[in-house]
Design a binder for this molecule. Structure first.
Ligand code: NAP
Length: 328
């Protein structure tokens, strides 16, 4: 989408490089898009900076079975597309630019993309979180050559192959189930012998004949047919059993890593208060340490982390922003 198309005639009338807005929303996952819907319905005409990947994490998920109102489930990308259409219907404007720098020292606040500078009266930050790397030798080298963090994106490349899924949470279990469509076998490797994954997913996994679960085991390194820079692809991992100490190689061609997330808050370091882990600190109205700057979703919530809770936070942040703006 071109910049002009995204902004419409109102923005065209403004200066080429600096635009004044009531509300900017940074991020386009369930939190950002729900904030956009509520802000749109409050006539705030929010600008939504969609970021590097529209839809956030849920758009890389397959079947979503626990979002209310969809008893038959639906695919993650379809859920976010529907949210987008609903927000746009009420005046939200999607901007395909990435905010690279912020200035919250005085209002109007300033947001800078590579193309433009925006002056905004209030901001909702909904930049979410990103999959955490495992941190073992070979992992980063072989990204795209056997190592992946997105089953929806890459599962297809591992048809009939030996797949490993790392982690014991909902993501690992859900994506392992999805990957059974492709792999000749899917093994879940988990460092403990109990799981964070919910009971329903644990039941589905236990009942699936294509999935094996390896417990008390970590991956020590990921190896390939040749070094990645010479075109090598993953063909083996080294397992370590944490109970017995045994170290052994095992054949694997696709390694899907789901070991948690890190908040996308680097942009706000030095500008907003955050926890040691990088989650934004908010008050009960979701306001950050700067008045008029709110946060919604996994950028501040390190606990619930569901599409529906993020959507709820998006609603709350938009209501808070509306109140903040109407009092000024
Ligand atoms: P998570 O719940 O934080 O689980 C991360 C898993 O990775 C844990 O089992 C953890 O092991 C393991 N782990 C962490 N660091 C590791 C390391 N260095 N080496 C080996 N293993 C490591 O993350 P998630 O599964 O991505 O889920 C995130 C949130 O999204 C959760 O709230 C979840 O409920 C939600 N979610 C929900 C659904 C759904 O409802 N269908 C689907 C996906 C995600 P330990 O257990 O030993 O710490």
């Amino acid at each position: 989408m071109s910049h002009e198309l995204a902004h419409g005639s109102k923005l065209m009338a403004q200066s080429e490089k600096t635009m004044s807005e009531k509300l900017a929303i940074i991020g386009s996952g369930p939190a950002g898009l729900t904030a956009a819907l509520y802000a749109g319905r409050a006539f705030l005409e929010p600008l939504v900076f969609v970021g590097p990947a529209f839809g956030g994490q849920i758009a890389t998920t397959t079947e979503v079975e626990n979002f209310p109102a969809f008893p038959d489930g639906l695919q993650g990308p379809e859920l976010t597309q529907r949210m987008r259409e609903q927000a746009e219907k009420f005046g939200a404007r999607m901007v395909e630019e990435i905010i690279e720098r912020v200035d919250f020292s005085q209002r109007p606040y300033k947001l800078y993309s590579a193309e433009n500078e925006y002056k905004v009266d209030s901001v909702i930050i909904a930049t979410g979180a990103t999959p955490r790397p495992l941190g073992v030798p070979g992992e980063l080298d072989y990204i795209g050559r056997g190592v992946s963090y997105c089953a929806t994106c890459d599962g297809f490349f591992f048809r009939g192959k030996e797949i490993l899924v790392v982690g014991g949470g909902d993501s690992a279990f859900q994506e392992a189930l999805f990957l059974t469509k492709f792999g000749k076998r899917v093994r879940i490797v988990h460092r403990r012998d109990s799981f964070r994954a919910g009971a329903t997913l644990q039941k589905y996994v236990a009942e699936n004949p294509k999935i094996e679960v390896i417990t008390n085991t970590v991956i020590e390194s990921i190896n390939g047919t040749a070094p990645a820079i010479e075109g090598g692809k993953v063909n083996e991992v080294i397992f370590k059993n944490l109970k017995t100490g045994e170290v052994a190689p095992s054949a694997a061609e696709g390694i899907f890593i789901f070991v948690g997330h890190e908040p996308n808050s680097q942009l706000f370091k030095g500008h907003l208060e955050m926890s040691d882990e990088g989650y934004l600190v908010v008050d009960k109205h979701l306001q950050t340490s700067v008045p008029g700057v709110f946060a919604a979703g996994e950028i501040h919530d390190n606990w619930f982390k569901q599409a529906i809770t993020s959507a709820g936070y998006g609603c709350m942040a938009a209501m808070s922003a509306e109140k903040f703006l109407s009092q000024r």
